[in-house]
Design a protein around this ligand. Structure first.
Ligand code: PHB
Length: 366
C-alpha cells in the first residue's frame, strides 16, 4: 500500500513541510500563572509533537488587554519571548516547525483578567453571552467598552509588535487568529460590530482592521510565513452574522490579496458538528484564496486522507487527537489505534494529561 498523500511533503508558502498533518492551536492554560510565561513543561509538550508537518501554538495574547483566560501565554514581554525561545529551540532540536498564533480576545474576557481591572475592549459595547475561565471557575464575560476610532491603530500596532516578538522568539511564522469570536472575528461579524465609523457598517469596513493587521504582520514576516484562521459558520462565543458567505468571502479575499501562505478554516461548529448552515459553502470560500487550504474540525485519519486525496484540503489540522497522541503522524502511518484524550486535564494543571500520553513505542514497551 502506498502512503496516503496526507503523509507526503508539501511546500506551503515558504514552509517546507514533511507531511500535511498539522497540530491545531489548542488552549491548555499551562503558562506561568502571574507572568503568562511559557516554560520547560510547555517546551517538552511541543517538542514531543515535532513530527507534525506544522505545529500551530495555542492562542497567545499579543498584549495584556488581549488576554481572556487565566494561565494562557503571552508574547508581549521579554520574559515571554524568552519562554517561547525555549519552546522553539526544543521543537527545532527535534526537527519540527512551529508558528505562533496571535490572539486578542476582545470582549471574551473578564475585568479580573484585564489591566487595572478595566472593561475589555471590543468593536462595540455588546456583551457576549459566553463564559471564560478566571483561574477559579467559569464566569460570564464582562461587558466591553467600544474602541475609539483612533485607538484601532494602536491595536494593529500590538499585532505588529507581537509579530516582531515572535521572530525574536525563533518561530517559523505566525497565524493570525481571526476565528472563534475573538476580536478580529468580532469586527467581521455584524452581531458584534455595530460601529458607524470606517471599521463598521459595510462588509468592506468590517474587514478593514483585518487588512491592517495583515499589512502590519507582513511588514515583519514574509507573507509566505503567515497564515490566518477563520470560523465562518461557528456560533461559539455568541457569534452571529446575517451574511456569512459574503462577510467571510471578503475577509478571505483580503487574506489572499495579502499573499498569505494558508487559509485555515474551522468547518462547522468549533469543537462540534461539522454541519454547515443552509447556503454555507466551503468550496466557494476556499476558491477566494490563492494559497493553501488547511481544513480543521472533527477530522479523523480517514476523513483527512480523503480530504487531501480529493483535493478538498492541502493540510489538515488535528486538535483533540494531538492532545492525546504526540506521535500522531507515526500512528497515522501505521494506521494504529489512537490514545483517547481526557477532557478533565485539557485546561490547567501540570504534566498529567499534557506530557504523559505515551507514544506507540512507549505503549508497546509497557
Ligand atoms: C478556549 O480557551 O476555549 C478557546 C481559545 C481559543 C479558541 C477557541 C477556544 O480559538
Amino acid at each position: 500500500m502506498t502512503a496516503p498523500k496526507l503523509l507526503s511533503p508539501a511546500t506551503i508558502g515558504e514552509f517546507d513541510l514533511p507531511n500535511r498533518v498539522v497540530m491545531a492551536p489548542l488552549t491548555r492554560n499551562r503558562a506561568r500563572p502571574d507572568s503568562n510565561v511559557p516554560h520547560a513543561l510547555n517546551a517538552e509538550y511541543y517538542a514531543q509533537r515535532a513530527s507534525a508537518g506544522l505545529i500551530i501554538t495555542e492562542a497567545t495574547q499579543i498584549t495584556p488587554e488581549g488576554k481572556g483566560y487565566a494561565w494562557t501565554p503571552g508574547i508581549h514581554s521579554a520574559e515571554q519571548i524568552g519562554g517561547w525561545r525555549q519552546v522553539t529551540d526544543a521543537v527545532h532540536a527535534q526537527g519540527g516547525r512551529i508558528v505562533l498564533q496571535l490572539w486578542h480576545v476582545g470582549r471574551i474576557s473578564h475585568t479580573s483578567l484585564q489591566p487595572d481591572g478595566q472593561a475589555p475592549v471590543a468593536p462595540s459595547a455588546i456583551a457576549a453571552d459566553a463564559h471564560t475561565f478566571d483561574g477559579e471557575g467559569f464566569v460570564q464575560t464582562s461587558t466591553p467598552r467600544a474602541l475609539a476610532t483612533d485607538e484601532i491603530a494602536r491595536v494593529v500596532d500590538d499585532y505588529r509588535q507581537a509579530a516582531r516578538n515572535a521572530r525574536q522568539a525563533g518561530f517559523d511564522g505566525v497565524e493570525v487568529h481571526a476565528a472563534n469570536g475573538y476580536v478580529l472575528d468580532q469586527f467581521l461579524r455584524d452581531g458584534s460590530n455595530t460601529r458607524d465609523d470606517r471599521y463598521g457598517g459595510s462588509i468592506e469596513n468590517r474587514v478593514r482592521i483585518l487588512r491592517e493587521v495583515f499589512e502590519a504582520v507582513t511588514d515583519v514576516w514574509p507573507a509566505g510565513r503567515v497564515g490566518v484562521r477563520f470560523s465562518p459558520f461557528a456560533g461559539f462565543n455568541d457569534m452571529h452574522d446575517r451574511t456569512p458567505m459574503q462577510t467571510f468571502g471578503a475577509a478571505i479575499s483580503a487574506a489572499s490579496a495579502a499573499g498569505l501562505a494558508y487559509l485555515h478554516l474551522v468547518e462547522g461548529q468549533t469543537g462540534g458538528p461539522r454541519d454547515l448552515p443552509e447556503g454555507g459553502d466551503l468550496d466557494a470560500l476556499r476558491a477566494r484564496f490563492d494559497g493553501a487550504y488547511m481544513a480543521n474540525n472533527g477530522y479523523d485519519r480517514q476523513l483527512a486522507v480523503d480530504a487531501v486525496e480529493s483535493g478538498h484540503a492541502d493540510l489538515v489540522a488535528f486538535g483533540r487527537p494531538y492532545i492525546a497522541n504526540p506521535d500522531l503522524v507515526e500512528r497515522f502511518a501505521r494506521n494504529a489505534e489512537l490514545n483517547a484524550p481526557d477532557q478533565a486535564t485539557f485546561y490547567g494543571g501540570g504534566a498529567e494529561g499534557y506530557t504523559d500520553y505515551p507514544t506507540l513505542a512507549e505503549s508497546q514497551a509497557a
